[in-house]
Write a protein that binds this ligand. Structure first.
Ligand code: 5GP
Ligand code: ZN
Length: 118
């Protein structure tokens, strides 16, 4: 399993690659996406390496809950609560996952349109 120095998000957790951190807990980190797809686009990750959300939820359901809690706190602190937002875990090839360290996308700040383009 890719992790540690091989994994981009593990390197962000280790402070080896800079990121704009918006929230941190003992077990999670939230930082702005380098290529934002909406006015607010924050990634929320567990500090512990898991390849995707399924692995995370199966191996450590409490940590999966903490990722959700941090995502909710980010939505509040970014002012997304009133108008709403989207929370996405891209998973595997059909999901378009590019970074294989579990992460939630918190997207908002404008109407996001239909859930998927057809
Ligand atoms: P995925 O497609 O795996 O769901 O999402 C990966 C996300 O990571 C993409 O939205 C991409 O823009 C973001 N990303 C890739 N490399 C970096 C980086 O070095 N720093 C930050 N902050 N985001 C990154
Ligand atoms: Zn990792």
């Amino acid at each position: 399993m890719e992790s540690g120095s091989d994994c981009l998000f593990c390197r962000i957790v280790a402070g080896e690659i800079p990121a704009t951190v918006v929230r941190e807990t003992d077990t999670t980190l939230a930082f702005r996406d380098i290529n934002p797809q909406a006015p607010v686009h924050v990634l929320v990750i567990p500090k512990e390496h898991h390849a995707d959300v399924v692995t995370l939820a199966q191996a450590n359901p409490a940590l999966a809950g903490e990722v959700l809690g941090t995502a909710a706190a980010v939505a509040e602190s970014e002012g997304l609560r009133a108008d709403g937002f989207r929370l996405i875990f891209n998973t595997g090839p059909y999901g378009g996952q590019e970074v294989f360290h579990a992460h939630a996308h918190v997207l908002g700040g404008e109407p996001l349109g239909p859930m998927r383009a057809r």
